[in-house]
Design a protein around this ligand. Structure first.
Ligand code: TYM
Length: 336
C-alpha cells in the first residue's frame, strides 16, 4: 500500500442481485479509482442480515458479489477485497462506537424509517444500529474518501459525527471521512416508479435493470419504463421518468444533458428508450462475460478472499488496539 495515496473504503450488501444503480453509482467508480487511491472494498454481509436472508442464498450471493466486483474491473492485485464477517474488528469497533452514538441520532436516519416501514414484522435492533456498523467499517481503515451513491450520504455524515465526537472525547484517533459522490450517477431511479431509487430489494423485477440481465430483458425493461405524455426528450427534474433515462444514458455514454437533448430532438420516446436500452446492454455485456469466467474458479476466489481478509484485518487491528487503549480497556503486558 502506498502511504502517499489517499485511502478509499466502500462496500455493498450481498442482499440481492446488484442493479444498474449499484453499477453506475458505485462499482464503476470503484474501478475507476483503483489506480489513484489506496482502495479497500468489502462485501457487507453483516449489514445484510439486518433484513431476514435465506442462509444458503446469502452464502452464494456473497461469492457472486465478489465475482461481480471483479467483473466490473476491480483488480485484486490493486485493491484489498474482503468479506466483512471475516474481519472481526468490524463488529468489535461497532460496539465501542455504539457507546459513543446517541439514540436520537439513530432515530433520525431516513433509511431506518423506510426499512422499518417495509419490514414492519422485523424491526430489529441491528436495523436501528446499522449506521454505527457502517461507521466502524469506514473508520477502521482511516478512510479519507467513501465513494457511494447519494442514498448513503446521511450514513457518511453520521460516521463523520461519530469520528469527530470520539476524537474530541478521547484524542485524535480517526481520520474524518468525506463522501465521494458523482453527480451524474448518484441517483439512478426505478424504471417503474421514477420518484424512488432503483433498488436490489424492490420486489418488482421490471423496476430494476440487473447487472446480469440479458440484452432482451434490458431492452424490454426500458421499453416499459414509465415516462409521461409530453413525448419530448428533456433533462427536466420535474419529469422524473424521462429525466432518469437521460441521466442513465448520460452516465453510460459520457454525453452531457444538452448533447442528449440535441441528438434526440423530435424523436419519440420509443426510439429513445431503445437507444438507452442498447447502450446499457452494450455496457454490461463484457461485464457478464467476465463474471461467468471469474465465478467458475471458486478456488481462486477463496484465495483472494483469504488474502484480502488477512490484509484488511492487519490494518483494522491497528485502529482497534488504539481505540481499546484510549477507552481504557486493560491490555495484557506480553512481557509477563
Ligand atoms: P448498497 O448495497 O445498498 O449499495 C451499494 C452501493 O450502490 C449505491 N447505489 C446506488 N447508486 C445510485 N443509484 C442507485 N439507485 C443506487 N442504489 C445503490 C449505494 O449508494 C452504494 O454506494 N450501507 C451500504 C453498504 C455499506 C457501506 C459501508 C458503504 C456497508 N458499509 C461503508 C460505504 C461504506 C449499502 O447498503 O449499500
Amino acid at each position: 500500500m502506498d502511504e502517499a495515496k489517499k485511502r478509499i473504503f466502500s462496500a455493498a450488501q450481498p442482499s440481492g442481485n446488484l442493479t444498474l444503480g449499484n453499477y453506475l453509482g458505485a462499482l464503476k467508480n470503484w474501478a475507476d479509482l483503483q489506480d489513484d487511491f489506496d482502495c479497500i472494498y468489502c462485501v457487507a454481509d453483516l449489514h445484510a442480515i439486518t433484513v431476514r436472508q435465506d442462509s444458503a442464498e446469502l452464502r452464494r450471493r456473497t461469492l457472486e458479489t465478489l465475482a461481480l466486483y471483479m467483473a466490473c474491473g476491480i483488480d485484486p492485485e490493486k485493491v484489498i477485497f474482503f468479506v466483512q464477517s471475516h474481519v472481526p474488528a468490524h463488529a468489535e469497533l461497532a460496539w465501542v462506537l455504539g457507546c459513543n452514538t446517541m439514540f436520537g441520532e439513530m432515530s433520525r436516519m431516513t433509511q431506518f424509517k423506510d426499512k422499518s416501514r417495509s419490514h414492519a414484522d422485523n424491526v430489529n435492533v441491528g436495523l436501528f444500529t446499522y449506521p454505527v456498523l457502517m461507521a466502524a467499517d469506514i473508520l477502521l481503515y482511516q478512510t479519507d474518501l467513501v465513494p457511494v451513491g447519494a442514498d448513503q450520504k446521511q450514513h457518511i455524515e453520521i460516521a463523520r459525527d461519530i469520528a469527530v465526537r470520539f476524537n474530541n472525547n478521547y484524542s485524535p484517533t480517526f481520520v474524518v471521512p468525506e463522501p465521494y459522490i458523482l453527480k451524474s450517477s448518484a441517483r439512478i431511479m426505478s424504471l417503474a416508479e421514477p420518484e424512488r431509487k432503483m433498488s436490489k430489494s424492490d420486489p418488482n423485477k421490471n423496476a430494476s435493470v440487473y447487472i446480469l440481465d440479458g440484452k432482451d430483458d434490458i431492452i424490454k425493461k426500458f421499453r416499459r419504463a414509465v415516462t409521461d405524455s409530453e413525448a419530448c426528450v428533456a433533462a427536466d427534474p420535474a419529469r422524473p421518468g424521462v429525466y432518469n433515462l437521460v441521466n442513465i444514458y448520460g452516465a453510460v455514454t459520457g454525453k452531457s444533458e444538452r448533447e442528449i437533448e440535441e441528438s434526440f430532438k423530435g424523436v419519440g420516446y420509443g426510439a429513445f428508450k431503445d437507444a438507452v436500452g442498447e447502450a446499457v446492454a452494450d455496457l454490461l455485456a463484457p461485464v457478464q462475460t467476465r463474471y461467468k469466467d471469474i465465478l467458475a474458479d471458486r478456488a481462486a476466489l477463496d484465495r483472494i478472499l483469504a488474502e484480502g481478509a488477512e490484509k484488511a484485518a492487519y490494518i483494522a487491528r491497528k485502529t482497534l488496539s488504539k481505540v481499546y487503549r484510549k477507552v481504557g480497556f486493560y491490555q495484557i503486558d506480553k512481557k509477563h
